[in-house]
Design a protein. Structure first.
Length: 208
């Protein structure tokens, strides 16, 4: 019996020896919880009405262009509209009216004729994507109406307008935009040709 008791004591001492002698102890790692980061939604800062203006350069071209005028020049326009926003998507209605005239003087030898494209007005739908509360890119689809005038000619023209642009908000009320617009006025009877108008615009909007 004493032999068995001594043997048991010896085994217990051997089992405890590594721990008492500073043996290997597996480290306990602190695992930080994983937190899923959800991007913050764009706040609907683009929703609301606006009034603005732009300076633009426009050039009208006839096709075929032989011996036909090409009214062009700098212009000034007023613009207004209203936007709605859902998430990053922005949708709006707007209208614009040019206050100046695109002109071209056609030299006919002894006579010079002045040809004008004026009273250019556009109503449009636009759809955009808000990259942030400050920056939005958009496209627009509209309908434009204008008037062509020259000696013995006074003809109204109209057609579809397509545009691309970007708008940047400087603060809650003011934004600036750059835009390109193309209008196809179709066939013009007085010139027996198709008329297109290209415009590049830089403008500001006051949002409310």
């Amino acid at each position: 019996m004493r032999k068995y008791a001594a043997l048991a004591s010896s085994l217990a001492a051997l089992a405890a020896a590594p721990a008492l002698a500073g043996g290997y102890v597996a480290p306990v790692a602190d695992v930080e919880p994983v937190v899923a980061v959800t991007p913050a939604p764009i706040v609907g800062t683009w929703a609301g009405g606006y009034l603005g203006a732009n300076v633009n350069y426009g050039k009208a071209e006839f096709d075929p262009s032989d011996d036909r005028p090409e009214p062009d020049g700098a212009n000034f326009a007023l613009r207004g509209g209203y936007d709605w926003q859902r998430g990053n998507g922005v949708f709006g209605l707007g209208a614009e009216y040019n206050l100046a005239t695109y002109k071209d003087d056609l030299d006919l030898g002894e006579v010079t004729e002045e040809h004008e494209l004026k009273n250019v007005g556009t109503v449009f739908l636009r759809a955009g994507y808000a990259f942030s509360e400050q920056l939005m890119a958009y496209g627009l689809l509209g309908y434009s109406h204008a008037k062509l005038e020259a000696p013995g000619i006074s003809e109204s023209v109209d057609g579809a307008t397509l545009g691309l642009g970007a708008e940047y908000r400087f603060n809650p009320n003011w934004s600036g935009y750059a835009e390109y617009a193309y209008t196809d006025f179709g066939d013009v009877d007085a010139y027996a040709a198709d008329l297109d108008l290209n415009q590049v615009k830089l403008g500001v909007n006051f949002r409310f």
